[in-house]
Design a binder for this molecule. Structure first.
Ligand code: X2X
Length: 345
């Protein structure tokens, strides 16, 4: 074959390929169903966020990308601290996951679990929506997943079955269920409590049987899970950390989609994330905090700390912050502190 003829046929072949390839790939490479992992289902703001995302994607892709929700981290038998590894390995296609549950694999995500780092919602937003959030997304990308948007589980408040907690002394010897992330063991040990790690699935029976005395979770979780029915009659508002959620996709799945579909999935995650955050904050950001009234109506003692009382918890956990700074990255923690100090309130 002459060079010119060869080139001409090569160009023609390429043109045919370019013309047919996207459709062919779309038909062969798209799965009939994508598996989205969630810890909490649609009765909770967290699961609603996953549902919003899945619905938007289905609508905007005309059903090309069809997502099924797997709440209770059922794809990994309820073991929420394995979710990130499973995402990377492709056992899970996509997820709305908590920074807490992924922090054993991505140490920088422990940033949000540093006790008393974020004094208010403006601080949490300043981190996730600013350069710190961008840098964490780069870290996640390097770790092998595609992060798309932020959501929120919420400020984690502490409840127990024994008494109103007003000082670290009140926590002394109390058995507190914590998530399986080492920083939490340090925090609750520093406060004099007796922390035990267990999954969310195991936590509720443990509260019901009094195997543990207390737990910490956002008010929306407390309420939707009806934790007052498992002896959690004392609730203290200390806002010691805010637990962001992240909308992510497995890298191979992401690469199997057309650029146009990737853009749709990303925008849907951003839109769903915004709506999800609003749902998560409902009832606690209004002046009269209706969610607190609702919780109190179930016979729950709700304790608000004075600034001085709160300060005692801050002081007791300061060594934990110092210890973990190095593991998270001193530069990242410093950037976060600077961002929070400069936030618009
Ligand atoms: O296990 C918890 O406490 C929960 C549901 O909040 C998380 O997955 C971090």
């Amino acid at each position: 074959m002459k060079l010119r003829t060869f080139l001409a046929s090569a160009v023609a072949a390429a043109a045919t390929l370019a013309f047919t390839a996207p459709a062919a790939i779309a038909q062969t490479a798209y799965k009939s169903e994508y598996r989205m992992s969630l810890v909490l289902g649609t009765a909770f703001p967290w699961g609603k966020g996953g549902e919003l995302w899945a619905n938007k994607v289905r609508e905007r892709t005309n059903g090309r990308i069809n997502i099924k929700l797997y709440p209770g981290v059922s794809l990994i038998q309820g073991d929420q601290t394995r979710e990130f590894s499973a995402l990377r390995q492709g056992v899970i296609d996509m997820a709305v996951g908590s920074t807490i549950n992924w922090s054993p694999q991505v140490k920088q995500l422990n940033l949000f679990s540093l006790p008393f780092l974020m004094p208010d919602y403006a601080a949490a937003d300043a981190l996730t929506q600013g350069d710190v959030g961008k840098s964490l997304f780069q870290t996640l990308e390097k770790a092998g997943v595609v992060p798309l948007a932020w959501g929120e589980n919420g400020y984690r408040e502490i409840s127990n079955s024994k008494k109103a907690i007003k000082s670290p002394e009140d926590l002394k010897g109390m058995k507190i269920r914590v998530v399986g992330s080492p920083l939490f063991l340090d925090t609750f040990t520093a406060l004099g409590a007796n922390p035990t790690q267990m999954s969310w699935a195991d936590a509720q029976p443990a509260m019901a049987s009094s195997a543990v005395d207390g737990q910490e979770n956002p008010l929306s979780v407390y309420m939707a899970a009806k934790l007052y029915t498992v002896a959690q009659k004392h609730l203290t508002l200390w806002g010691y950390m805010n637990d962001p959620l992240i909308f992510v996709v497995n890298k191979d799945i992401w690469n199997s989609w057309t650029p146009a579909d990737r853009e749709i999935v990303k925008q849907a995650a951003i839109d769903a994330g915004k709506e999800q955050i609003a749902i998560a904050r409902k009832g606690v950001i209004e002046a009269d905090k209706p969610l607190l009234k609702e919780i109190a109506s179930h016979g729950v003692t709700v304790t608000q700390l004075t600034p001085a009382e709160r300060e005692a918890f801050v002081k007791a956990t300061r060594p934990v912050v110092e210890k973990w700074k190095g593991q998270i990255g001193a530069d990242l923690v410093a950037a976060a502190e600077k961002t929070i100090a400069a936030r618009k309130k």
